[in-house]
Design a protein around this ligand. Structure first.
Ligand SMILES: [Zn+2]
Length: 415
């Protein structure tokens, strides 16, 4: 047990959370404290606040009222549902193509466009450039997701400026939802600073360009967050619905499955069936790199969320984390083929990604895991195992494992 690690008494986040977390005198984390607002705020009142906020953006002439960044997974359906059906805005959807698309993601995105009868534009940066950047960020930053995180946070802002649509509507703010960085009532908005510090872990495109590498301005310009002058000339702002709605991704997904046929899937490294079903890598190699670098993985995020929503007990959460976090990632061969890196070289980069704080090399290339979960109190006596399948529906007939292959573009319907 590491004396420097503090684990929240309520959820299972530690003081080493990369977004930053603080603890109160009772040992409860800032994320759990801010979560309490979900049970105390007057959400009807919050919704009225939101309606007031968006009113000036309702266009009188034929035009888009706002931009919604979407993909074939996560909370995209629920966000479009709220914006189009509840707020009665006319959105332009924008989607950054991540190249690691699953058939399920293609299907979900296409169905989203049809079910909600909305327009969408895709950003498809050429694959040679994406591979060049990914090769660099994987090797140096141990991140295969940099172009996706940078692209999907820059492209909506670029589009807002190009189309002169000042309002961007996002779903949840991770800083609020996970670690309670802000109160819901602060109504934190999208910012260059948050993107650089937290979404991209201080490696934005300008920093990437300064490092010693072969990346040039020409490689990185699509990932550039627009300058303040352009942003201010249109008055671009990005708001988060989770500050105005009692955000509960699981309940929302169940509703979206019922009402709009959102499709979900099982993964090897977590019990959640809704997040990132559009990507072969997020819940696999990307999540495994998170474990190597930060000593915990996405299953901990899912567990902490579920403990707070009281759908699972803390002890059940500990068991779930231990069950899933060390499972080997799937689809590594797809990634190595795509990047043109053989499996041995891929494994070398993976092994170099381990933070020695969490991994002890006890023999050549053999590592013992000393991650965050090793510090959990192990006397489990309260694992009242809930039936997770009641909450985590896996309803897709499309198997991710059947002839897995990245899809760049797809028509998205089989009939
Ligand atoms: Zn907590």
């Amino acid at each position: 047990m590491d004396q420097n690690i503090q684990i929240c008494k309520r959820c299972l986040y530690s003081n080493l959370h990369p977004l930053g977390i603080t603890f109160n005198t009772e040992g409860v984390c800032s994320g759990c404290e801010i979560f309490e607002e979900k049970n105390t705020l007057d959400w009807k009142q919050r919704w009225l606040q939101l309606e007031k906020k968006i009113k000036p953006y309702k266009s009188k002439k034929k035009n888009y009222d706002c931009i919604i960044p979407v993909n074939g997974g996560n909370d995209s359906y629920f966000i479009v549902h709220l914006v189009k059906n509840k707020l009665k805005l006319n959105p332009l959807l924008v989607s950054y193509n991540k190249y690691f698309n699953t058939p399920l993601g293609i299907k979900n995105l296409s169905n989203l466009r049809i079910k909600f009868d909305v327009d969408i534009i895709y950003q498809n940066v050429n694959p040679l450039k994406i591979k060049k950047i990914t090769r660099h960020t994987f090797n140096e930053l141990k991140s295969i997701y940099w172009p996706i995180l940078a692209g999907s946070t820059a492209f909506p802002v670029q589009t807002a400026i190009n189309f002169k649509i000042p309002l961007i509507i996002w779903g949840a703010h991770q800083g609020v939802e996970q670690v309670g960085m802000f109160s819901h009532e602060q109504e934190v908005e999208m910012s260059r600073r948050y993107r650089e510090d937290h979404d991209l872990f201080t490696n934005d495109e300008t920093n990437l360009n300064k490092l010693e590498n072969d990346l040039t301005d020409d490689d990185l310009w699509q990932f550039k967050y627009p300058d303040d002058k352009s942003i201010n000339s249109i008055g671009v702002r990005g708001i988060y619905l989770s500050n105005f709605v009692r955000w509960d991704p699981v309940a929302q997904h169940i509703q979206m499955i019922k009402d709009y046929k959102y499709q979900s899937a099982k993964f090897s490294r977590t019990f959640d069936t809704y997040d990132h079903v559009d990507c072969y890598n997020y819940m696999n190699l990307h999540d495994y790199l998170k474990l190597l670098k930060h000593g915990y993985s996405k299953v901990t995020d899912h567990v902490c969320r579920e403990i707070r929503h009281k759908r699972i007990s803390r002890d059940q959460g500990i068991n779930l984390i231990r069950k899933y976090e060390l499972v080997n990632p799937d689809y590594l061969n797809l990634f190595s083929d795509w990047l043109g890196l053989n499996m041995n070289s891929l494994q070398m980069v993976i092994d170099r990604s381990r933070d020695i704080k969490y991994w002890e090399e006890y023999d050549l290339n053999k590592f013992k895991f000393n991650g965050i979960s090793k510090n959990f109190n192990t006397t489990i006596d309260n694992d009242k195992t809930q039936k997770l399948s009641d909450y985590f529906i896996s309803n897709s007939k499309i198997s991710l494992n059947k002839k897995p292959k990245y899809i760049t573009f797809g028509k998205g319907f089989e009939n």
